[in-house]
Design a protein around this ligand. Sequence first.
Ligand code: ADP
Ligand code: MG
Length: 724
Amino acid sequence: MSSAARVAAIRSIANKSPHAIEARSTNVPELFGANVFGLEQMRTCLPESAYQALKLCMEQGQHLSPDLADLVANEMKQWAIKRGATHFTHWFQPMTGSTAEKHDSFVDFENDKVVMEFSGKALIKGEPDASSFPSGGLRATFEARGYTAWDPTSPAFIRETQNGATLCIPTAFCSWTGEALDEKTPLLRSSEALNASALKLLRLLGDERVTHVYPTLGCEQEYFLIDRELYVLRPDLVTTGRTLFGAKPPKGQELEDHYFGSIPRRVLSFMQDVEQELWKLGVPVKTRHNEVAPSQYELAPIFERTTIASDHNMLTMEVLKQVGQRHGFYCTMHEKPYAGINGSGKHNNFSLSTGTGENLLEPGKSPEENMRFIVILAAVLRAVDEYSDLLRASIAHAGNDHRLGANEAPPAILSIYLGDQLTEVMEGIISGQKGTSRKGGTMKLGVSSLPDLPRDATDRNRTSPFAFTGNKFEFRAVGSSQSPTKPMTVLNTIMADSLDYLVTEIESRMSKGLETAVNEVIAEVFSKHQRIVFNGNGYSEEWHAEAKRRGLPNVPNAVDALACLNSKKNIDLFSRMNVLSPAEADSRMNIQFEAYSKAIAIEGQCALSIARTMILPAAQKTQRDVADSLSSAKTHGFAIEKQSERLRDMTMRIEALVTCLDDLADVFDSAESHVGSEFDHAKVYRDKVVPAMDRLRVEADQLETMTDDEYWPLPKYRELLFLH
Ligand code: ADP
Ligand code: MG
């Protein structure tokens, strides 16, 4: 191995120009949703009564009759075939963190002739072999069958390549005994729970109009781009999505010149291609910009109903990767591709919307809207404080450990940023003054108005994991690579629980009149849960001390965070809300422990192999060259003291590297053979393998700075980060 491949890649990148889109369209309204079989398409092809029935299914999750399913399947097939589709697939989210698909063609025989067939049955139910998907012990292997069921709330769509097209039908994935084997089912269940609880509250507050409440979600998605020619020379990136080695480059993000900087042309062309693809799929992508770290970027759509927005985020991640390939990039959504440089997150902006599109976190202008807003705000505070462990667990995985608790945005302590004005309102309510706004006007709930709350970005606190941003909350601690489904399921569930709690409390005091009952209850809730509100700097030492004093949990690693998933309190919550049965909740925890152990095991193996076969030989070659050179210098009688020192230093480093290698291999073997629960296993990986990998990296990165560049086979940080 030498640096020849690396140098060739660098030369090649120097001459690259932006990749043009083959069939570019400038008519966005026409392009938007062109590959989606949504309500629009259905209206044009279904009889009115069928359309109305299907609309009810899609908007309110009602059941689809077999006759209607046949009708829809037939129209869907014709629509898809017209767009070149030959196959269909049920598209689902097993508990692997990504999506799964098994394709079937429409081809069938009728009287010995080939016909293109797609029945209602095939639309609403599929039976993939479930034995190879994680079930966490829910399903014994001999009962390997599971089934996928169409989720009519999410429209079907077509994925195209140059060579064909496939009709994708978003589905839920269950075992034959009815247990959820996927991420989507609990999300749908939690949305129903939230709808029921929110409606109860609205009725109690006197709203008879609203018939349906649903959560909304807008995911800001961060990612890194790396030129593929360099990427393929990094086995760590190929295998794990992040660099396991790499010395600090001379320039990182310290100049702060990348954020919102002008977008490189090759990257912009890629983004434009991504947008065209996503618009076709009905994903309303809206913003694009450079992020803080070199070669880091972000994309954000307009928010949608959470169930659809989360499907759309999964699609977005797929499209980013696939289009990236077309443009000669590798797109990594890993939370921490590079040490020493910002990682990536996924900011989940969320709110509650009524069926008529009213935002329930909009403070509003009228006293009624104000009261509703304050009650829902109180519910959020209670939810996040009471179940901060669950929220923390919902974002816990090996990749996110590099951000949370590792001195990077945001901290692992969950707290809520409200901003000064809203905090004053809260404090006013607690102290019984019914709130005095900063601008001097007095506020009495249900009588006069809330102060105008600032909504511009300058007033925001960027270090808070959970921030109120004018008319929505932004959950910023979500990992960039993870499906938004888990955190959103937890948010829906804990919100439903808190709304129920508020309803029960208010109802029990209704003899005092609605306004007094509401005032009392929210004063109590604010008072009990105000400890979760923190408007200061989330990175500071003081906050860590203060949070401890307040009794807020600080769980810096995924393994401990996941362990709360089977606490009695949380199991009861999921059962009460009909989101997860105790068996489902327990199995999910075990799947995640296993996923953690596997992720670390793969990283460990990969680190071993790179260090043994690429780093050690390169360093030894340099060592040999230097030793040879010093011998001949010595025979000529030259002074070589300083150089000898260097050689000694390098030799010691190589020794240390070999020691660390052996150590990692040993630790690894003992982790593999460790007998115990999934939890125990994960703890061994966390406590033994991760530190051994870190120690190995220190030596390897030092050697990178000493080894002859001509021998160094791995593209360096300065190349990965700045060449494209
Ligand atoms: P930022 O300054 O954080 O980029 P934006 O207003 O652009 O703020 O919002 C970021 C994301 O929040 C977008 O995806 C946007 O659609 C989404 N968003 C806005 N309002 C809501 C809402 N009511 N519910 C959910 N997401 C929302
Ligand atoms: Mg934002």
